[in-house]
Design a protein around this ligand. Structure first.
Ligand code: SF4
Length: 238
């Protein structure tokens, strides 16, 4: 069902609407709904989105940032990707420093944040328990990302994969959207890794902006600045 729905979406707006109304994964539908009802104590006065979270950014983006999945009390609460959690704080501050966002903060869907030259979306569009989608859920959700890629393909030059999950999700998405095969063996994920497959965007690896990485210093603001600076260079935006 997702395959046909995604393939039939004629625009990013139709992809976004289809994503937001998707109920294809029973475990994730139950989880996102349960989290939205039980809430975190500090957000108990807020109404949670509790639905899949669409991508964000212009349709003529040169850079795509591919994440894992929305956070239970971040995107699943606010309805916008990387919005309302510490991961988003780090990511959007870096995008603002790079000139790819109009403001450094991302707190709610109506806070005025706009991306420049950049589209952000997740490999899995519903918040999963423990941030771990199953392989079946990953595969069920993949057609949404593939269609999103097809629609931004005319301008897309660089894909930044946030973490190993997004890096792995890129290869089948690339084959589906661009009709090219990944190198054999598949290049390993690493921070700063770069892969160019003729006929497709350049892939850059970046540690995920999770608290596990940013609180421990495994991923620093300087490291993010280097990745987004390189992405801009490769996309012809510098
Ligand atoms: S993870 Fe993707 S396919 Fe599954 S219910 Fe959410 S939006 Fe639909």
């Amino acid at each position: 069902m997702v395959v046909a729905q995604a393939a039939g979406a004629a625009s990013l707006a139709e992809v976004d609407a289809g994503v937001a109304d998707c109920f294809a994964c029973p475990r994730l539908v139950a989880w996102r709904t349960d989290v939205a009802v039980t809430k975190r104590a500090s957000f108990r006065d807020q109404e949670y989105w509790g639905r899949p979270v669409p991508g964000m950014g212009p349709a003529d983006a040169e850079i795509a940032i591919l994440g894992l999945a929305p956070a239970a009390h971040g995107g699943n609460r606010t309805g916008r990707i990387f919005t309302g959690d510490r991961s988003g704080d780090v990511l959007f501050a870096a995008l603002h420093r790079a000139g790819l966002a109009n403001q450094p903060t991302s707190v709610s869907a109506d806070d005025g944040l706009e991306l420049r030259h950049t589209r952000i979306f997740a490999a899995v569009r519903c918040a999963p328990p423990d941030n771990k989608p199953t392989p079946e859920e990953r595969d069920t959700c993949a057609p949404w990302s593939r269609r999103e890629l097809e629609l931004i393909r005319p301008t897309l030059r660089v894909v930044v994969a946030l973490g190993a999950f997004a890096w792995a999700a890129w290869w089948p998405a690339m084959t589906a959207a661009y009709g090219v095969r990944p190198p054999v063996p598949r290049p390993k994920f690493g921070h700063g890794a770069q892969v160019s497959v003729p006929g497709s965007p350049i892939l850059l690896g970046c540690f995920h902006v999770s608290q596990q990485n940013t609180f421990t210093g495994r991923l620093t603001p300087g490291m993010l600045d280097d990745v987004f600076g390189r992405a801009k260079d490769l996309a012809g935006l510098a």
